[in-house]
Design a protein around this ligand. Sequence first.
Ligand SMILES: [Zn+2]
Ligand SMILES: [Zn+2]
Length: 650
Amino acid sequence: MKPKVFEAPKLVPITRALTILPKLKELFMKNSFRLYILIMFLGIFILNGCSQAEVLTPVSTPYNAKSGAKLNSSNVSVSVSTPYNAEAILSQTIQLKPTSKKNIADKSRILLKHENSYLATNNRYEIELNESLSTYDDLLLKTFYPVKEESASGSQSCYRLDSEKHSIYSIDYDTATMRLKMRNNWGYDRDAESAYLCFNFDTASHTLTAAKRYTFNDGESTFEEDKNFSPSSVFYDSAHAYFKLNSSGSKISLYESGFDFSVPSDFNPVHSQGVPNQRVMWEKNRTESFSRHRLSGDKIQKDINSIYLPQVQVAGNNTETRAAAEKMLKQITSDLVGSGESLRYSPAVYLAFRNGLLNTKLKGSTTVNGVIEQNTVPYVFFTNEMDGSGVRHPFMVLTSYSITDMPSRLLDVPAPPGDGKGGSYPDQNVTRDAILQTYLIKIPLKNYGNVSSLTENEMVETLASDAGESHHDVYNHASISSIGVAVDGVMIYPVLNNMLISTQRKAEITNTGIHVGRGMGLHWHADGHGATGNGLNLYNLADYAGKSHPPLIGFGFDGIALFGKYETAYHDMDGVQDLLDSFGGHAHRNYGYHYHAHAAPSSVIGDSRDYTLHILMKGAWIGKINNIPEFWKGDAPNVAGQRNRYAGDR
Ligand SMILES: [Zn+2]
Ligand SMILES: [Zn+2]
């Protein structure tokens, strides 16, 4: 295994990920199926002890966005907490030491400094001069992403400047006042007014000049050069206190923030320079406004059985819906006990996950038809339906747009999935934008047990069978679609793609481990935290402080909880000595059996290139799915929002 290379950013403390231990585990487990069986049975044994745990109110934390729960049973304290979400992270402080930069480079990150302050966008999409650079919010509002204008090649190259925080906006100007402003060029609201300036930087005079301008052709969904525009420089008008275009420019210096936004080598082991393919215009996909979306407004309430309505009175979290959810979970627990069955985990684990999901809100304009402050998961509710034989099958149901609250810079992806149209990959357009999805996901609450062999779970289709591979393993005996859901509501997909190649090897993902496929829906494929540790991932090092176990970051559709990886900086956490089995999970004390994100050498998937896999979930489920009703819809898990009795439909 190659040592992980990353330049330590000058930020909050960062530690190297604990990569050695999982590697030993992998190698060990490969030869030790018996031990895995032992661990599994131990897991089931511990689970039964765990379901009796008392439910306590979530522990208060420095940020209300974070939820946590403590389980106390048999004198053992177990801590379950969800990661800080974007809302919390944006106000966290970072120590940045910006360094000067000579020139603008395509798809890099720049700060534009004037005197002692920076050119910044604000949350009203205005451009201002602002000095502060102490929080993540400051960093994202002041960082701009230069994209080289392809049509300008031949003549002198110039760069569009997109906002890092509001990435569907680029710098343009107001033609009446000449004042610089942000324009929505990549979102649902783009129109005939949409336009961007194309800049170049003069290293000798330290001036930024808008060399060209491009305007949006609403009918064709393309940008065309504005022939009426004549080059002008960026000038700070101190009388008005704003930046504007002018015949002479003010002195501006280029800086690098010191925050590492780059795609790590493990996520681009083939050193792809980035494909030149055109961006798929989202208008080609069926896209509707946020307000017309099925999960917006009160459309969901109309579909739901009235006994679940108290849990979904409002989108997001509030006291009443939380009380209704707790009440339903109590009922479910006692109904299961009555039939000699049990929940897989303590109610507190599900309530912590529910709170984490419902507290996640979109903070940046990064999604085509998303809106700031919308919930990424508007509703979570617990159902308690019976099958024809009177057996109960309770679920935690979540409605999700599958969008992340963190910046998802899809333009960074070196080789994104193609649109599948127009022959071979070089001729296809590639996906660079995320649109709202519609998911109705149900996580089984009941303990259906774990499989005792890899192929015991009956799959309609697997990555292996789909690719004509007869050898099945934990990576390819997996759904051809999603396998779980993360605490931000974004779907989790297997390590391998449908060609049985890792998305890391294909350089298909961002530095956070996310991307969009043909339907422009975001999904996680890899553990960005394990790869970069950069503070803007699904979970981050800050989530470990004061905790006794890594954060709860997701659930598999098999009902198994997913936690973050073990970190060397927190070497005495619960379960750190308990090896992960071949499915990437373990059981310790009264946590019950659960998965952990972890690292493994690329050789475990038979990849001839040497890099480290940063795994969220491998692919195969250990939780037994055969008795979970309405589990499949066609050849994929039944999560796409179809009518589904166990999800509480009328
Ligand atoms: Zn994918
Ligand atoms: Zn653990």
